[in-house]
Design a protein around this ligand. Sequence first.
Ligand code: ATP
Ligand code: MG
Length: 296
Amino acid sequence: MKIAKKAHKLADAFEIRHGDSFRLKDYDPADAGSIQSKDKDKAIELLQQSVAVLQELQEKLYAQDQWAVLLIFQAMDAAGKDSLIKHVMSGVNPEGCDVASFKQPSAEELDHDFLWRTTRRLPERGKIGIFNRSYYEEVLVVRVHPEFLAKQHLPAQLITKKIWKERYEDIRNFESYLSRNGTVIRKFFLHVSKEEQKRRFLARLDEAEKNWKFSEADVHERRHWDEYMNAYEDMIRHTATPEAPWYVVPADSKWITHLTVSAAIIQTLKELNLQFPKVDKERRKQLEVARQALLK
Ligand code: ATP
Ligand code: MG
């Protein structure tokens, strides 16, 4: 089987459109489907070609100016979000693509509803918007650390046991609203194992040029690993939908991660059947007039 086909199968295997029976333990962070380590050179070649394919698709998306594409990336630290985003977008015209990173919210952001800060960064028609973290933090880090919820100035009677279910519902409704307005949403959870995260943290300590990436806080957060995994599982169960599926991407090997995500993005764009706007007879006449005027 060709490597491109293997990559597509990989993306399909990790796509979740219905969360009801989703269990995170069925997904192995080191899974590579039918891809073997001997495929690596071919995979890297394919990734380079994918950049060009993506670039072409993005140009059509922009020219057609109808669909917007929102790609959401969530992960534990050191799962490789940043390098993935850098890689996937390396060939795309910067005019056609915006990356928004969501960190700890500011005082102004905390004074608004939880979707507010992200709505301001949604992609417009013709563009690809990338969310490096997103409103999903509101059911992940905020769930694992109730002290963050306490800082959100919510009226006390609105903070009940149901709050997470309510947030899932709000997110589903929001994503369905966006879909109905022509925003295509794909969500990626880079699923790294606890052991691989440890190896990557150690590399940040051992290799001088990686020292800047090391953060004591990230290591501290490992203590909450199981709580995070439960929160991720519950989140995917409640927010994986046919119009806004989650991909649980194996993240213990970076090239497998890149291959899976880039196949998923290309597949998504291809399904849109993007075309350059057609020039009708009338317009062709106008273009001819313009040509003659220029030639004079
Ligand atoms: P990198 O470490 O690669 O620069 P990062 O995305 O991990 O990227 P950091 O500044 O290290 O960026 O971390 C941002 C932190 O902000 C994360 O721990 C994340 O969980 C937290 N965060 C994001 N959104 C919220 C939120 N709504 N409420 C509280 N914390 C949040
Ligand atoms: Mg970080």
